[in-house]
Design a protein around this ligand. Structure first.
Ligand SMILES: O=C(O)CC1=CCC(=O)O1
Length: 384
């Protein structure tokens, strides 16, 4: 445990400093303390120094004497970085932490190497929803909303299979300092960075969770679309706090974005994307079947289809998946079509998306084309 006093507020932080040239700074969500990053830090620590801290009014940090807005949380984050001589960092912000990250991206890009925004948006909720939460919590305590919040934080699968952790995180929320919690609710209520984030030029990675009831994937994706250099990654079957629910996947995406993207060849990037979309089993099989005869062709596909095109941030994996399915169906490429239909398990493309795509091409490519594609799809999903 480490402490410092900034603006008269005791700040609780943990700084793992092994003199790496790269530092990651994690900024928390509402009603959590920095332990939510434990599993991520465990896997990420070999790749950079790691700073975590409790926002003022959260965890073991003190409460400000006057209300904090988003810009104040952002300022104190920079003050802590100054105190620890961190000039520039990869900022990883979750929810309100992601709003603070967006504020820093707009106003202090020189302090940021890359920006990672998890389960957040430039505006979360409405004045009415935050006012009613503030009133309920003020009158009845945080305990009164704890079950509702757990539904937002974690997927149904987490509720079913990880009950001890669920109760633990419920305790973390219920034991949050009341005034600090209310202050952060008001700061979220009063914030809107929708116009400002279009100015962010930093490389930016945005995560959404398919089971997130607070910042649903479409909201996060629309934030990513507003930030010129942002890419959106959808994480399946996780709620609002993927660093707890799927730390392995979060670390994988962070490493791809921060560490490998700079140094990897087109072929290496292509392999990562190919494995992410088609699955390891498929790629391992294709690699094992490769001979001298088709080696050059296989490399051509990995470099160009997966490295140069599928790895681009301009369209989401779901959008590329839908496009690919439409084109392959139209070309009557049944084998490739079946492969890309199976890959929808990894691209966030739903059965409903596929149904609509195959209906849509009936108009442009003809009913027989759709008919065949529906037959192929039924076979793929019946045997899945
Ligand atoms: O607690 C919630 O409802 C989820 C959330 C919204 C903003 C934040 O930081 O967490």
């Amino acid at each position: 445990m480490s402490w410092t006093i900034l603006q008269g507020i005791p700040i609780h932080y943990a700084y793992l400093d092994h003199q790496s040239p790269r530092t990651f700074v994690f900024i928390n969500s509402l009603g959590t303390d920095f332990r939510i990053w434990d599993a991520v830090v465990d896997k990420l620590k070999d790749y950079g120094n790691i700073l975590r801290f409790d926002k003022p009014g959260h965890g073991l940090s003190g409460l400000p004497s006057t209300p904090f807005q988003i810009k104040d949380y952002a300022e104190i984050t920079l003050e802590l970085m100054d105190y620890l001589h961190i000039e520039r960092a990869v900022i990883v912000g979750l929810s309100i932490g992601g709003i603070i990250g967006q504020h820093l991206g707009v106003n202090h890009p020189e302090r940021i190497e890359k920006l990672i925004l998890s389960n957040t948006a430039p505006k979360i909720g409405s004045t009415e929803t935050w006012n009613s939460r503030i009133e309920k919590v003020r009158n009845e305590g945080i305990e009164s909303i704890a079950d509702m919040v757990m539904k937002v934080w974690f997927s149904e699968q987490f509720h079913r299979e990880r009950q001890a952790e669920l109760l633990g995180y419920r305790n973390m929320l219920a034991n949050s300092p009341l005034e600090g919690y209310l202050m952060a609710c008001a700061a979220i209520r009063d914030n809107d960075l929708s116009a400002a984030i279009t100015q962010i030029q930093l490389p930016c990675l945005c995560f959404g969770g398919t089971a997130d009831g607070s910042t649903p994937p479409a909201l996060v994706e629309s934030m990513a679309n507003s930030i010129p250099n942002a890419q959106f990654v959808l994480i399946s079957d996780v709620g609002h706090i993927p660093c707890v629910e799927a730390p392995q996947q979060i670390v994988h995406e962070i490493l791809d974005f921060v560490v490998y993207s700079d140094t990897k060849s087109l072929y290496q990037k292509g392999m990562i994307t190919r494995r992410a979309v088609l699955g390891n089993a498929h790629v391992d099989r294709a690699e094992a079947n490769k001979t001298e005869f088709d080696r050059t062709f296989q490399e051509y596909i990995t470099n160009n289809a997966w490295g140069a095109i599928w790895s681009r941030p301009g369209l989401t994996k779901r959008e590329r998946s839908i496009l690919t399915i439409a084109v392959l169906a139209t070309l009557g490429q049944e084998e490739e079509l079946a492969m890309h239909l199976r890959a929808t398990a990894n691209t966030g493309t739903s059965l409903e998306d596929i149904k609509e795509t195959l209906l849509h091409i009936a108009i442009y490519a003809g009913v027989p084309v759709s008919n065949t594609a529906f037959r192929v799809a039924k076979k793929v999903f019946e045997t899945a």
